[in-house]
Design a protein around this ligand. Structure first.
Ligand code: NDP
Length: 326
C-alpha cells in the first residue's frame, strides 16, 4: 500500500481524501494543516495533525500530496517539504512554473527525493495534450477553450466591488469559434471571440445595480476584453443554483500533413467536469502513484507531467497493461 499524507485541507485536500479512499493500492496516513487540527473536520476518520508534526511522521509517509494555494502556499511549502518527502503539487501560476521547478528541483535533490509539480488539468493534462499535438502535427495551430466553468479568480474580483455581497462567474466558450476550429479552418481569434463571461451577483439591499454592472463590465484584465453578461439574483438563488464548482474545456490541435500539406487533421481532448477540485485531486493521486514508483526505482529530482510515462499512473503492472494493448 502506498502511504499518502495530505498537506492543507481545502477543496483539493478534501478531493484527495476522497480519491485515496477509492484507490485500492493506497492508504491515508493523515491530513496536515496550519490551522488548529481540532477545527478541521475531515470526511473520513483520517487523523488531522498540526503541520509541524509532519517531519516526525516521515517514515509513515511515501508521498505527500500538497493542496495549498498556488499564489502564496506552494512556492514555500513545496520547496520546504521536497527536501524530506516525495511530493506532488498543483502549482498553476503558468508564468512562474520554470522558477518553481528550479527551486523544487534543488530541494528534492538534496536527499534524493522525487517531486512532481503543476499536476492537474491546466496545467497538467491539457499541457500534455498540447505537447502531443505539437509533436505529432508540427505544421499546425493550438487552441484551448475553457468552460463552461466557474472561475474562482473572476468571482473573487466581483466580490471586491462595493455593495456586492457574493458572486459567481462562469467562463463560456464561444460555440462558433469552437466549430470553426473543429472544421479545420485555423481561425485567428482575439480574446473576445473565444470566450464570454456570465456573472451572477448578489448585491446589498438598495445597492446601485447599474454602477455595479458597469464596474464589472469595464474591469481591466478580468472583463473589459470580453462580452460579459451580469444577472442580479437573490442570496437564496445563488445558494440553490450556483453551489457547484464545475469546469472543463477543450484542447485542440489543427494541423496538416502530406507533401503539399494537403491533408487536414484535428485532434480534440475534452473535459466536462462536475467538480473541478475533485477531478484535479484525482489527477494528483494518480501522479502520487507515479512518484512512489519512480522513487522506488531510484529516480529523484523535480518532474512535470511531461516527464512521467503513462504506465506509472495506472494501478496495474506493466505486464497487465501490455495484455490490454493486444
Ligand atoms: P482552497 O482555498 O480551498 O485551499 C487552500 C488552502 O487554504 C488549504 O490547503 C488550507 O490550508 C487553507 N484553507 C482551506 N479552507 C480554509 C478555511 N476554511 N479557513 C482557513 N484556511 C483554509 O484552495 P483549493 O483547494 O480550491 O485549490 C488549491 C490550489 O490548487 C489553487 O490555488 C489552484 O491554484 C490549484 N488548482 C490547480 C488546478 C490545475 O489544473 N493545475 C486546478 C484547480 C486548482 P490549511 O489546512 O493548512 O489551513
Amino acid at each position: 500500500m502506498i502511504k499518502i499524507g495530505i498537506v492543507g485541507y481545502g477543496n483539493l485536500g478534501r478531493g484527495v481524501e476522497c480519491a485515496v479512499l477509492h484507490s485500492q493500492d493506497m492508504e491515508l496516513t493523515g491530513v496536515f494543516t496550519r490551522r488548529n487540527p481540532k477545527s478541521v473536520k475531515t470526511h473520513s476518520d483520517v487523523p488531522v495533525y498540526s503541520m509541524d508534526k509532519v517531519y516526525d511522521m516521515k517514515d509513515q509517509i511515501d508521498v505527500l500530496v500538497l493542496c495549498g494555494g498556488s499564489a502564496n502556499d506552494l512556492p514555500k511549502q513545496t520547496v520546504e517539504l521536497a527536501e524530506y518527502f516525495n511530493v506532488v503539487d498543483s502549482f498553476d501560476t503558468h508564468a512562474k512554473i520554470p522558477e518553481h521547478f528550479a527551486n523544487v528541483d534543488e530541494a528534492s535533490k538534496k536527499n534524493k527525493h522525487i517531486s512532481i509539480i503543476s499536476v492537474g488539468w491546466d496545467p497538467g493534462l491539457f499541457s500534455l495534450n498540447r505537447l502531443y499535438g505539437q509533436a505529432i502535427l508540427p505544421q499546425g495551430h493550438d487552441y484551448t477553450f475553457w468552460g463552461k466553468g466557474v472561475s474562482q479568480g473572476h468571482s473573487d474580483a466581483i466580490r471586491r466591488i462595493d455593495e456586492v455581497k457574493d458572486a459567481r462567474q462562469y467562463t463560456i466558450p464561444v460555440e462558433a469559434a469552437l466549430q470553426s476550429v473543429r472544421n479545420g479552418e485555423n481561425p485567428t481569434l482575439v480574446t473576445r471571440q473565444k470566450h464570454t463571461r456570465e456573472c451572477f451577483v448578489v448585491a446589498e439591499e438598495g445597492a446601485d445595480l447599474q454602477r455595479i454592472e458597469e464596474e464589472i463590465k469595464t474591469m481591466p484584465n478580468y472583463f473589459a476584453d470580453y462580452d460579459t453578461t451580469v444577472h442580479f439574483i437573490s442570496e437564496a438563488e445563488l445558494l440553490r443554483d450556483h453551489q457547484g464548482i464545475p469546469h472543463g474545456g477543450v484542447v485542440l490541435r489543427s494541423g496538416t500533413t502530406g507533401f503539399e500539406q494537403e491533408n487536414k487533421h484535428v485532434i480534440e481532448y475534452k473535459l466536462t467536469l462536475d467538480s473541478n477540485p475533485e477531478f484535479t485531486s484525482s489527477v494528483l493521486v494518480a501522479y502520487a502513484r507515479a512518484a512512489h514508483r519512480m522513487y522506488q526505482e531510484g529516480q529523484h529530482g523535480c518532474k512535470t507531467v511531461f516527464d512521467i510515462a503513462p504506465a506509472y499512473l495506472h494501478p496495474e503492472s506493466g505486464d497487465e497493461l501490455r495484455k490490454k494493448l493486444l
